[in-house]
Design a protein around this ligand. Sequence first.
Ligand SMILES: Cc1cc2nc3c(=O)[nH]c(=O)nc-3n(C[C@H](O)[C@H](O)[C@H](O)COP(=O)(O)OP(=O)(O)OC[C@H]3O[C@@H](n4cnc5c(N)ncnc54)[C@H](O)[C@@H]3O)c2cc1C
Length: 405
Amino acid sequence: MKYDIIIIGGGASGLCTAIMSKTETNTILIIDHEERVGRKILSTGNGKCNLTNRFCKVELFSANPEGIYPYYPEHNRAFAEKVIGRFDCDRTIAFFRDLGMLLEDKNGYIYPRSEQASSVLDALRFRCEELGVETLLNYQPIKITRENGCFRIDEEYSCQLLVLATGGMSAPKTGSDGSGYEIARSFGHSIIPPIPSLCALRCNDPFFRELAGVRNDSTVTLLDGKKQPLMEVSGNVQFNDHGVSGIPVFQISSIAGRMLKERKQISLRIDLLPEYSMEELADFLDQKKERMLQGILHKKLANVVEKEADKKTDHQDVTPGALRAMIIKKFKVHPIGLNPFSESQVTAGGVCVEEICPDSCESKLVDNLYFTGEIIDINGICGGYNLQWAWASAHTVAESLKARL
Ligand SMILES: Cc1cc2nc3c(=O)[nH]c(=O)nc-3n(C[C@H](O)[C@H](O)[C@H](O)COP(=O)(O)OP(=O)(O)OC[C@H]3O[C@@H](n4cnc5c(N)ncnc54)[C@H](O)[C@@H]3O)c2cc1C
């Protein structure tokens, strides 16, 4: 069977590419090795799908309004900025309204009004059907070759334009098992080694078993080997028996993971009571004298802080309140690894952006071969930035595909 366009991968980005590039005359086939398209979309945003973010506008990229952390990692930010510059949050909202959806804005985080991720998947699926996009499910392409300007898939399917939208390696149960990287490699592309991102950090400090189950609103700072701060994020930190989790940890995980992979030393400084200054806290604690930490922190955390205070025999010159305030404001944990891909939301790494044209997302190595979504070495922070990347890169690809036919 011959098609104008074949898209391998029917996830967020593949479905969106199909919708945006379909015309009355062209023919499009989506191939997916799962038994249904878009499975990952269903688990996004805790089942509610945080589909974009108001802050994801190109003019806000370099001057982050909160001034605390980058939306996309430094090495590929310029590429992401270019692509999202053509299709930002406002255009995503307009796109989904055009698919018949109502959305709601929760402090800049955009969700379907139905609060169901399935609404997003259904809107994409139904529009594909209406437009006449064909879908081939439960099919894993084995051999893809290029002959006489045409791509051939297992001698059964052929197309003029091929799009790889196979995602990364996170949550492989939803279909993104990394097999798309092999297809990219077969066309000569380099893959930046994939690592899990937006995931918990495993730490080797002795107190984690004791802290399992504790949640605490904190400010987390990622420090390098010289104790220089690299990134700071506030939010609810969750302690478990082997490390730390929660949104602030997720936001830090991409950079922390890359540094751990490069065997660089890192640590986290957690301010367990960010709303109080060190002096305020020390004064307050010193006034209490007895049971200083009672009613201040979760009991399990208070016990660990007390034990850490007992270990600090070299701090005789400070008051007991000041010592405890220092531990609370600068609680140190030492990450040694990341949670696995199966427990990560997104993959850092993928097809090297230097081999992809940012104006079209077409391969610089093979004409008419395109990449979209998470397969590319672009990953964003938590909060709608990764789906925004999926929609925006789909738009860039679709504009180029339409111009080619
Ligand atoms: C639990 C969880 C929650 C998340 N929540 C959010 C959120 O709220 N907001 C947000 O912005 N992002 C979120 N993300 C991230 C977001 O879902 C992804 O970044 C996005 O889905 C990537 O889209 P994609 O189309 O590139 O890849 P995917 O959605 O992973 O789709 C890839 C598709 O390709 C298919 N495929 C793979 N290999 C092959 C092959 N060889 N042959 C045929 N088919 C293949 C797969 O079956 C799959 O259907 C979340 C991720 C997870 C895991």
